[in-house]
Design a protein around this ligand. Sequence first.
Ligand code: NDP
Ligand code: 2IT
Length: 451
Amino acid sequence: MEQTVKKYVDGFMADLMAKNPGEKEFHQAVREVLESVAPYIIEHPYLMDMKILERIVEPERVVMFRVPWLNDEGEIQVNRGYRVQMNSAIGPYKGGIRFHPSVNLSIMKFLAFEQTFKNSLTTLPMGAGKGGSDFNPKGKSDNEVMKFCQSFMTELQRHIGQDTDVPAGDIGVGGREVGYMFGQYKRLRNEFTGTLTGKGISWGGSPLRPEATGYGTCYFAAAMLATKGDSFEGKTVVISGAGNVAQYAAMKSLQLGAKVLTMSDSNGYIYDPAGIDEEKLAYIMELKNVFRGRIREYVQKYPSAQYFENQRPWGIKCDIALPCATQNELDADDAQKLIDNGCICVAEGANMPSVPGAIEIFQKAKILYAPGKASNAGGVATSGLEMTQNSIRLKWTPEEVDKNLHRIMDDIHAACVKYGTEPDGYVNYVKGANIAAFIKVADAMMAQGLV
Ligand code: NDP
Ligand code: 2IT
């Protein structure tokens, strides 16, 4: 069986790589899913005959477009915009928009592919998409960000809609950018609809959408710990990133009784042995969200902490690690350091932060390890709840949304346990998440015929 699976995976990947040359992040994301679902597909040959996998890796549509805009000096700037409409088998395309200079087609496709499985796990009717631009919001004035967002949306608006494709935030896209994009969408289409999620609370946003990804990641980690009769209480937590996901992962870790030791950005990390408490976290949130500052400024305010330039936080001894920055930010050496230091649980807030070699190390050591598509699904799930509220023209209370979010994370955890429990009782959350998500999308695709 193992040989048959390997042959199938290698053959499929060879074709995929030939057809999508140079798209290394996309190859990485597909291989991970393929390794999980290949045995299932081989046992269900009709899936092979129906070419479900070949269809699932091919985006339904990719839009690439020019985004011209004028900077504050009146100079012409040109960026590239993308929207990958990956899969609409279970609902309208749904997924974030990323503004970062590293954005390219491979990164968009990997994120849209991951989104297919993540959205399937949420239990809500959402297909998958992802978009973005190589625009770098760092150092830009509010006016420049607005100009860019308006130009970006001027093209994107013709491809999206509340029943077609519903974008939201991701790296470099938060409340400010969603606001500018929503304003331009509304102006051009002359409609006030739920076409974007992550909107402001007074104009159609859902309570707890900003908190949802970080909170959900902790709810998922708590569910994993509970399988061992354990919890966050009294644990040490190492977090990477200092953006939306990292901030609320830190907040929920504190609420659950843990001590947060680190946060980071792309320049380095801070280590506070006394713990980043509520007051220090409030400082970080103001620093990052209002002043758009750098994490190194933390040590000027709190001199007992240390700053490590150009380093990642994984060498700091901890019980729980929450990677919440970006893809491939945790390599095999980092994973080994975490294991050697006694880490018992890794839950990904970011998309694909652990390289394949790191995942192998976590699973060999049989620690609790959750892939992002399971543990960070709370963000898009709450976007789904925002869509529901927009459709029924009501706003729920934060308590109602939190209850739904918590239930969804527990349901995703249960699905992973159902499909990922190995004969020795170890839960392989990667396998569980991939198979549970795949079955739902594959069934929907088959029911809808060859489209
Ligand atoms: P933000 O833009 O709010 O924050 C991103 C953080 O990650 C910043 O601290 C940023 O540092 C850091 N970062 C970005 N790129 C790199 C890099 N190349 N190397 C090191 N650090 C980096 O984004 P989010 O918090 O929204 O997103 C973080 C991750 O979570 C992403 O992987 C995203 O796809 C994922 N995610 C987000 C969801 C959401 O609802 N927002 C939902 C599910 C997943 P710097 O300021 O220096 O760039
Ligand atoms: O990666 C993700 O799931 C997100 N960036 C959130 C997508 C969304 O539509 O809320």
